[in-house]
Design a binder for this molecule. Structure first.
Ligand code: AMP
Ligand code: GLY
Length: 423
C-alpha cells in the first residue's frame, strides 16, 4: 500500500511514525514533511495548502490512503477535493471541519444537542459587543470566530481589557474579517480527548494534557504547546465515560442528524469544572502536541483503523499500551515572540527517546533550528514519574545555544501522586 501524510510538524512526524510500523505499507510519503522523518518517509515538496498539486500527486502515484494533519488543509476542503477524484482520504469534509473553523457553528451544535459547554452570545459589531460587555460579569472570554492560529481567545479580567479586545478585532481587524462570541469564563483543569470517528461511531483514544503557557508554573504567554503527557490520571474513568457518552458521541450524532457524516479525528478540548466536564473547544483533527504522546501508546495497526473507517468496514482494534508517555518541547529562545533560527543542534544521535521534529533544517548532515518550536522529545515509562525522569535525562544530551524548555511538564499528574506508590 502507498500512504501519503499531509503536514510538516511534530504531529505529522508522529502520524508518519505510527503508519511506518504497519506491515501493510510499502511506500510512505509526507508532503511537505520535515527532515526528521526522512528516514521513514519520502518527502514530497508540496505545501499542505496546495490542494491542487496534492490531488495531482495522489492520482499520479496511485496513493491508497491520504491522512491529513493540519486544520488549514481541512478548512480549505482537501477532503472534498480528494473525494471528488475518488481518492481515499481520512479526514472531515470542509463542512464538517466547521466544528473547529467556526466557533459559532460549534456552539450552535452544542446548544441544539445539549452538549455541556460555556454559555455564550454571538456578536457581529463593535457596538453590540460593547453594550453587552458594559454589563457583563468578569472575567469573561472573547473568541474570534475563525482560525486565528491559537491566538483568537482573549480572557478579559475587566471591561477595559474586553473593550481593547473588541477594538482590536472589529476596528483594527488584527485577525481579519469575522465575528466574535463572548462566553462565560470556566475554571478547572483541562485535558484532551481525541477519538477516531466514522459512520456515526466514536473510538476514543487515551487522554492527554498539554501545557500551553511558555514558562514553568503555567506562566508567560500562550504557545502552540510546550509539553504533553498521557494518560491524565486525575480524570477518573467515570469522567472519561461521561465525556464519551455525553460529549463526543452526542456531538457526532448531532452532526449526523444535521446531515454531516463526520469522518476523521474529533478532538475535544475539555475542562473538569465544579459543575462537571464541559467543552472548551473542538478540533477537527489530531491535536498537537497531544498526538506525539498518544500515538506511541497505540498497539493496534493505525492503517487498519484509517482504512476501516474510510471503507466503512469497522473490523479493527483500537488498543493501547499501559505505558505512560511524557513529552517536552525544545523551543527557540524568545518563542512565542520574536526568535532567531539557524543554530546548530548537537547530540541528537545519542538520545534514547522519541524525537519529533517541529522546526528543523538539515544542512550537510547537521540539524539546525528552523522555527519557534524546534523539537519534541517523548519518553515512555511504567509510570509518569519514570517517563518524566527519562525525558529530562535524554534532553540533557541535546546541545544547542538557542533552545529553552519547561522543567515542570506533567506537574499536575505528579502532585496527585506525590507520596503514593505508583509502580
Ligand atoms: P480555545 O482556543 O478555545 O481552546 O481556547 C484557548 C484557551 O483559552 C483554552 O485552552 C483555555 O485555557 C482558555 N479558554 C477558552 N475558553 C475558555 C472559557 N470559556 N473559560 C475559561 N478559559 C477558557
Ligand atoms: N493542542 C491543541 C491543538 O492541537 O489545537
Amino acid at each position: 500500500m502507498k500512504v501519503l501524510v499531509v503536514g510538516k510538524g511534530g504531529r505529522e512526524h508522529a502520524i508518519v511514525k505510527a503508519i511506518s510500523l504497519s506491515k501493510q505499507v510499502d511506500k510512505l510519503y509526507c508532503a511537505p514533511g520535515n527532515p526528521g522523518m526522512s528516514n521513514i518517509a519520502t518527502l514530497v515538496p508540496i505545501q499542505e495548502t496546495d490542494i491542487t498539486n496534492l490531488v495531482e500527486f495522489a492520482k499520479r502515484e496511485k496513493i491508497d490512503l491520504t491522512v491529513v494533519g493540519p486544520e488549514a488543509s481541512l478548512a480549505l476542503g482537501i477532503v472534498d477535493a480528494f473525494k471528488k477524484e475518488n481518492l481515499n482520504i481520512f479526514g472531515p469534509t470542509k463542512e464538517a471541519t466547521q466544528i473547529e473553523s467556526s466557533k459559532e457553528f460549534a456552539k450552535k451544535i452544542m446548544k441544539k444537542y445539549h452538549i455541556p459547554t460555556a454559555n455564550y452570545e454571538s456578536f457581529n459589531s463593535f457596538d453590540n459587543a460593547d453594550q453587552y460587555l458594559k454589563k457583563a460579569k468578569y472575567p469573561i472570554v472573547i473568541k474570534f470566530d475563525g482560525l486565528a492560529a491559537g491566538k483568537g481567545v482573549i480572557i478579559a479580567n475587566n471591561y477595559e481589557e474586553a473593550n481593547k479586545a473588541i477594538e482590536d478585532i472589529f476596528i483594527n481587524k488584527v485577525f481579519g474579517d469575522g465575528n466574535i462570541i463572548i462566553e462565560e469564563f470556566l475554571e478547572g483543569p483541562e485535558f484532551s480527548l481525541m477519538a477516531f470517528v466514522g459512520n456515526n461511531k466514536v473510538y476514543p483514544m487515551v487522554l492527554a494534557q498539554d501545557h500551553k503557557r511558555a514558562y514553568d508554573h503555567d506562566l508567560g504567554p500562550n504557545t502552540g504547546g510546550m509539553g504533553a503527557y498521557s494518560p491524565v490520571d486525575f480524570i477518573t474513568d467515570e469522567d472519561i465515560n461521561y465525556a464519551i457518552e455525553k460529549i463526543m458521541k452526542p456531538t457526532i450524532n448531532g452532526l449526523w442528524q444535521e446531515g454531516i457524516h463526520y469522518e476523521g479525528v474529533l478532538y475535544g478540548g475539555l475542562m473538569k469544572t465544579k459543575d462537571g466536564i464541559k467543552v472548551i473547544e473542538f478540533n477537527a483533527r489530531f491535536g498537537d502536541p497531544e498526538t506525539e504522546v498518544v500515538l506511541p501508546r497505540l498497539t493496534s495497526d493505525i492503517v487498519s483503523i484509517f482504512m476501516g473507517i474510510s471503507s466503512n468496514n469497522h473490523n479493527f482494534d483500537v488498543k493501547w499500551a499501559n505505558e505512560k508517555t511524557v513529552g517536552v518541547v525544545l523551543a527557540s529562545k524568545g518563542y512565542p515572540g520574536k526568535y532567531q533560527s539557524g543554530f546548530l543542534i548537537e547530540g541528537l544521535d545519542k538520545v534514547d527517546a522519541l524525537v519529533y521534529h517541529m522546526g528543523t533544517k538539515l544542512i550537510n548532515n547537521n540539524y539546525y533550528t528552523n522555527g519557534g518550536r524546534v523539537l519534541f522529545v517523548v519518553a515512555k515509562g511504567k509510570t509518569i514519574d519514570k517517563a518524566l525522569e527519562k525525558v529530562y535525562q535524554e534532553i540533557n544530551k541535546i546541545h544547542c545555544d538557542n533552545l529553552y524548555y519547561r522543567t515542570d511538564i506533567a506537574y499536575q499528574a505528579l502532585s496527585t501522586k506525590r507520596g503514593e506508590k505508583n509502580d
